[in-house]
Design a protein around this ligand. Structure first.
Ligand SMILES: *Cc1c(COP(=O)(O)O)cnc(C)c1O
Length: 417
């Protein structure tokens, strides 16, 4: 059951016409399907049936309070990468004991907040970080539960900007350093070694890179056991890809199977950190055509959503399908779909065959639920878009569109001007 579908040539989200929402909240806006969010989470979780596990949704893919609250209520955990995400996660109702904290640049105040909250695990990305966390835990009279994030040097075969597990990437520590790190960690007074972790990249469309990464982790687990160090949690990170155009990523069942097979009967609890695969295809961005114009060699469709609203095309040259909200019989055109921002990278699609649209028509930018709103900015003093969630035949604005007043909130003019 697809929850973004056409009925009588009109795009619906569940039982609500997208046009109805656009008329109510204006454009651009992000639109999420409650049923899809829920189903994707449950399917992913169920894929690991029979294995001790905690599915920690990766907050940075979509930090909306409503979305987080939903996953918290389904028993999920949260993968955080900043103090801000810790704050958001707690506010949305995740118990700290279901949060894991990754990131190469954790600041002292962020570490302290996570220690005070009592998170499940710090995924440590350097020996200096390990030593700092030990020191902070000592000061706060806590024991810090940690995993080392291993960089297994596997090629996830994804866009270079979203590969994270290659030697040249800044993330984690290489195998040799990890083994050293575990020896150091096991001697630190305020550190409790409980896990091992990796996250090799994003939008990965085959299972093999995950298997390769897992083999590396299992080898390390074996090696450190010789020194009497045991881990309870195996955190495989996130990274499972989705279909934007014609990719065929592994189904969560296939992904889970490939991992669980390699685990054999090792008594480990799995932690998974899926982001994109849960929310990516549960959301769209709805925008309105402002103008059409023809250049010498190009046809342009100018819309009211820009790279500040959806940065992925500008950042990674990502592909998002673009569909008309109301289908017409006017055939198709090949055009660049561009935003209002003063940058040539401000496009949603290039040389794309799309329905022939005219001024005022609504377009749906598909697969925008992950790294969409969370990456949005106020560039060109554009207020951030509204976010809406649909459940059955009702919809709710889960974040109001920013106002112009919001744009200068917190600014002040010094007395010397
Ligand atoms: C971004 C991130 C994820 C989620 O990645 P997806 O590709 O969205 O599944 C998981 N873990 C860590 C550490 C991350 O940085």
């Amino acid at each position: 059951m697809h929850h973004f579908a056409y009925h009588n040539n009109e795009l619906y989200c569940e039982d609500v016409p997208v046009r109805t929402i656009a008329e109510k909240v204006g454009t651009p806006f992000y639109l999420y399907s409650h049923a899809t969010l829920k189903r994707h989470f449950m399917v992913f979780d169920a894929a690991f049936e029979g294995v001790q596990r905690l599915v920690c949704f990766s907050a940075k893919a979509n930090t909306s309070q409503a979305v987080l609250k939903l996953f918290a209520s389904l028993g999920g955990g949260l993968d955080i990468v900043s103090g801000g995400e810790l704050f958001r996660g707690l506010k949305a109702g995740f118990p700290a004991q279901r949060m894991v904290y990754s990131g190469v640049g954790k600041r002292i105040d962020e570490i302290d907040d996570a220690l005070e909250a009592g998170i499940l695990m710090f995924n440590i990305e350097s020996i200096e970080e390990l030593e700092l966390i030990d020191e902070r835990a000592g000061l706060l009279k806590k024991r810090a539960p940690v995993a080392l994030r291993v960089n297994p040097d596997v090629d996830p075969k994804t866009h270079p900007y979203i590969s994270t597990g290659l030697k040249k990437n800044k993330f984690g520590v290489e195998t040799r350093t990890a083994i050293e790190g575990y020896k150091i960690a096991s001697k630190l007074k305020n550190i409790e070694v409980i896990g091992i972790d990796c996250h090799i990249g994003s939008q990965i469309t085959e299972s093999q890179p995950f298997k390769d990464a897992l083999e590396s982790l299992l080898a390390i687990i074996k090696e450190i056991k010789k020194f009497g160090i045991e881990v309870k949690y195996l955190d495989m990170g996130g990274g499972v890809g989705i279909t934007y155009a014609d990719e065929s990523p592994p189904h969560p069942n296939e992904y889970a199977k490939s991992i669980v097979e390699s685990l054999g009967d090792m008594p480990l609890e799995m932690i998974l950190e899926p982001g994109r695969v849960i929310v990516g295809n549960a959301g769209i961005l709805v925008t309105k055509v402002l103008y059409r114009k023809s250049g010498k060699t190009k046809e342009f469709v100018i819309v009211d959503a820009g790279m500040n609203d959806l940065m992925r095309p500008a950042l990674y040259e990502s592909y998002h399908r673009i569909e008309p909200v109301i289908k017409n019989d006017d055939g198709s055109i090949v055009a660049d779909v561009v935003g209002p921002i003063c940058e040539s990278s401000d496009f949603l699609a290039l040389d794309r065959k799309i329905a022939s649209v005219k001024k005022g028509d609504l377009l749906a930018v598909m697969s925008a639920g992950a790294y969409g709103f969370t990456m949005s900015s106020n560039y060109c003093s554009r207020p951030k878009a509204a976010e809406v969630m649909v459940k059955d035949d009702q919809f709710d604005v889960i974040r109001t569109r920013q106002s112009y007043a919001d744009l200068i909130d917190g600014e002040s003019i010094p007395s010397f001007i």
